[in-house]
Every structure is written in structure tokens, then in C-alpha cells.
Design a binder for this molecule. Structure first.
Ligand code: NDP
Length: 434
């Protein structure tokens, strides 16, 4: 704790994992002797750098860039870049730490890392975004490579930003190294279904979790938070499986649409126009209404999918959801549910899927993109989606079975943490003291 002063979210993420590892450490004293816990909590490398750029009026801005290369036990560092004014070292480290276990759970050969900047892309022109991305990559490129470190998107970093970042990497290195970034455009090395993968995967995991309790998603009332990449494709897959999604949100407020979210309209507003959910309510008309503030979890539902940001679902929200009859909560975002809220849900018997399992479909499909790039191949949407579905079933089974094996049946937090930890710890033991 003393070494990582003030890194609140990092402490929270580490505590959540360590609290569940007791049974495996008791069974495997060699992991304690090898100091796996101390080593796994310390990133292999942390980079912090200056990102200077000029806006459209010529004014100069200086942002801070981060890349935390957390663990290469299972493969090259892999994890997204986040551009949001709240980004600091503690947030990047929490995300990187989670990523290590999540990537292990996918069963793919990828290590864990995360990065980003406190740059705020909101209300910036395309030209400003491009100049920022070019300046960011001018420093970051020396640390990347398809065998070293492979970033992707996260909050504030989508297809447009990945394009500008890739262009600058290519220009500086004079190499068309497709596998150095994932989330690329489908016409130039990107994988079909990568854009959809995190949201789709979250809903597929939810369906598996319900199935293991003899239930399904068909006809269920679903509340979603967020309206970005993860939220939009969670809504799409939930609707495909017969659910009625009645909410979405952004940092200004939330929309309640009892008829079910009109996804074509939401996509047009968010993906084409970069608009707000308030615009959705105004254009949708009828009963759809916009409510300002952070009350999306007051919308009663049977399934809740938090897909916006960390710590957005509190104990009070969890209690409200339980009173409203929620049966399942699956984290599309990273650590959106506070530890107190997780406790409230679990004690009420709600099926709860932690992000490192439920949202792993995005990074798994990034690993599929790396496979296609390495073999200079490109797969169909259907083939990639089938692989994603198979991976989500595998993650569900491994979390479910591990929880049972360690005496906590139905506890996906325990299952995900121990299953991910065992894979990383085995590799660390085998690779010696590095
Ligand atoms: P986007 O930038 O596409 O969307 C983020 C959404 O969350 C927006 O609607 C945004 O609203 C909202 N949001 C962000 N911060 C806040 C806040 N402080 N309060 C309320 N709403 C907020 O990001 P993604 O959809 O890609 O990411 C969402 C979450 O999913 C993150 O936790 C991310 O780490 C996680 N994730 C993403 C993956 C991916 O493949 N993209 C993979 C795995 C996890 P506004 O526009 O107002 O900021």
C-alpha cells in the first residue's frame, strides 16, 4: 500500500482478487514460497510520458501518457488505451492488473497491460484528435511491437483513434506491422466482429450464467448503462436473444424507453453523429424520456448490464435493483460494481458476473485479430463470432467449475480470480525468477 500511495482503484482491484485466493494458496505453498503474489502485484514496467499537441487555434496543450506493461507471463502485453480526463496511474494500474487475469481466462496467449492519457476527446475536431494521437504514438511506438506490446481501444479510443495511432506507428517505423494494434478497420487488417465482441461476449456470458440456473434471456427486461462501444453491442445481442432493453446512459443522464431501445437510432446518434443519449430521447419521441443524473439503476429490470465505467453501481443501487427483482448482473465495463454492491447482490442470490470474465470477449477477439494478422488471413464475421461464442462458453465453464472446485459454487468472482491466477502463476513458476 505504501508503495502505491493514492492509487485507490488499484488498491480496490488488488484487494478484490487477493481476498479470494486464500484456498489456492493454502493448497499450493510453492506459490507462496515463490512470492507469486508480491510479483504479480508489481507491474513489469510502467511508462509515463509527456504528450504535447496544438489545437485548431494554435494553442499548445500538454497531456500525460501512460502505458503499464503488467505481465508478459502468457504472451505479449495486451490491453486497451483509455483517453479520458480522469485517467491517472492508479486507474491504468487497476485496469492493467484486471487485464492480466482476464486475458488468462480467454485461454489465448496474451499477457496483460493497459494505457491511455488524461486527454479529453470530447468536443475536439478530427484534426485535433489526429494530432493528439500522432504525438501520443511518437513516444509510445518505441515500446510496442507484435511480440512486445499490443494496445487496443477503451473509453474514448475507438476505430478513428486506432486508425490515427496505426498510421503514425507505420510512418515512424516504416513497417506495416498489422499485429501491433487491434481494433483496426476491417479493410486494413481489422477483424470482423471485433467492434461487437465485448458487448456480444458480455451477453453471451449472461446467457450461459442464466442457463446454468435453468433460465434464459428470452423476454427478459434488461437495463444497460453507457452508450459507447460496449453498451451498444450488448444491447444488440440482448435484443437478438429476445430481451427487451429499456435503458442506456451517458455521463449527463439516462434514457428510459419502455418500448425497447431503437438500436438503429441510437447507433446513428452515437456512432455517426457522436451525439448524446438526450438527443436519442428527443428524436425517439413517444414514451421515451431522458432523466439527467446518475440514476440509471432505479430502472427496474431482471438483468442489469453496467457498461459505462468503474464504480458506477453502488451498494444503494444494488439494493434498489434487488428490490426491483433483478436476477443477474454482468459487468460489461471494468469494475463498474463497487465491492459493497457485489456483496449486496451475492447475498440476495443474484447471479453476478465480474468484468474479467464477462467482458473478456473483446480482448479474446483482439487475439483472434492478431492470429489473422500473423497468418495474413481474414475470416468471415460468422466464423469470428462462432469462435467468440466458443470462447465465452469456455470462460463461463472454467469460472463455474473452478468456483465449485474451491468450495464456492455459483460464485463467479471466486471462480474467475482463481482460474486466471492459476494460469498466470503456473507460467511464472515455469519461467523462473524474472
Ligand atoms: P466508450 O468510450 O465507447 O463509451 C463509454 C460510455 O460510458 C459512454 O457512454 C460514456 O459516456 C460512459 N461513461 C464514461 N465515463 C463515465 C462516467 N464517469 N460516468 C457516466 N458515464 C460514463 O467506451 P467503451 O464502451 O469501450 O468502454 C466502456 C467500459 O467497458 C469501460 O469500463 C472499458 O474499460 C470497458 N471495456 C471495454 C472494452 C472494449 O473492447 N471497448 C473491452 C473490455 C472492457 P460519456 O460519453 O458521457 O463519457
Amino acid at each position: 500500500l505504501r508503495r502505491n500511495l493514492g492509487e485507490t482503484e488499484f488498491h480496490q482491484a488488488v484487494r478484490e482478487v487477493l481476498e479470494t485466493l486464500g484456498p489456492v494458496l493454502a493448497k499450493r505453498p510453492e506459490l507462496v514460497d515463490a512470492r507469486i503474489i508480491e510479483r504479480i502485484c508489481e507491474p513489469e514496467r510502467q511508462l509515463i510520458f509527456r504528450v504535447p499537441w496544438a489545437d485548431d487555434t494554435g494553442d499548445i496543450h500538454v497531456n500525460r501518457g501512460f502505458r503499464v506493461e503488467f505481465s508478459s507471463a502468457l504472451g505479449p502485453y495486451k490491453g486497451g488505451l483509455r483517453f479520458h480526463p480522469s485517467v491517472n496511474l492508479g486507474i491504468v494500474k487497476f485496469l492493467g492488473f484486471e487485464q492480466v487475469f482476464k486475458n488468462a481466462l480467454t485461454g489465448m496467449p496474451i499477457g496483460g497491460g493497459k494505457g491511455g492519457s488524461d486527454f479529453d476527446p470530447k468536443n475536439r475536431s478530427d484534426a485535433e484528435i489526429m494530432r493528439f494521437c500522432q504525438s501520443f504514438m511518437t513516444e509510445l511506438h518505441r515500446h510496442l511491437g507484435e511480440y512486445t506490446d499490443v494496445p487496443a481501444g477503451d473509453i474514448g479510443v475507438g476505430g478513428r483513434e486506432i486508425g490515427y495511432l496505426f498510421g503514425q506507428y507505420k510512418r515512424i517505423t516504416n513497417r506495416y506491422e498489422s499485429g501491433v494494434l487491434t481494433g483496426k478497420g476491417v479493410g486494413w487488417g481489422g477483424a470482423q466482429a471485433r467492434t461487437e465482441a465485448t458487448g456480444y461476449g458480455c451477453v453471451l456470458f449472461t446467457a450461459e450464467m442464466l442457463r446454468s440456473r435453468g433460465e434464459d434471456l428470452d423476454g427478459r427486461r434488461v437495463a444497460v448503462s453507457g452508450s459507447g462501444n460496449v453498451a451498444i453491442y450488448a444491447i444488440e445481442k440482448a435484443q437478438q436473444l429476445g430481451a427487451r432493453v429499456v435503458s442506456c446512459s451517458d455521463s449527463d443522464g439516462y434514457v428510459v424507453d419502455e418500448k425497447g431501445i431503437d438500436l438503429a437510432l441510437l447507433k446513428e446518434i452515437k456512432e455517426t453523429g457522436r451525439g448524446r443519449v438526450a438527443d436519442y430521447a428527443a428524436r425517439r419521441g413517444g414514451d421515451a424520456r431522458f432523466v439527467s443524473g446518475s440514476g440509471v439503476w432505479t430502472v427496474p429490470c431482471e438483468v442489469a448490464l453496467p457498461c459505462a465505467t468503474q464504480n458506477e453501481l453502488t451498494a444503494e443501487d444494488a439494493a434498489t435493483l434487488v428490490r426491483g427483482g433483478v436476477k443477474a448482473v454482468a459487468e460489461g465495463a471494468n469494475m463498474p460494481t463497487t465491492p459493497e454492491a457485489v456483496r449486496v447482490l451475492q447475498e440476495a442470490g443474484v447471479a453476478f458476473a465480474p468484468g474479467k470474465a464477462a467482458n473478456a470477449g473483446g480482448v479474446a477477439t483482439s487475439a483472434l485479430e492478431m492470429q489473422q494478422n500473423a497468418s495474413r488471413d481474414s475470416w468471415s464475421f460468422a466464423h469470428t463470432e462462432d469462435r467468440l461464442a466458443e470462447i465465452m462458453r469456455h470462460i463461463h465453464a472454467s469460472c463455474h467449475d473452478t468456483a465449485e472446485r474451491y468450495g464456492a459454487p455459483g460464485n463467479y468472482v471466486v471462480g474467475a480470480n482463481i482460474a486466471g491466477f492459476e494460469l498466470v502463476a503456473e507460467a511464472m513458476l515455469a519461467q523462473g525468477l524474472i
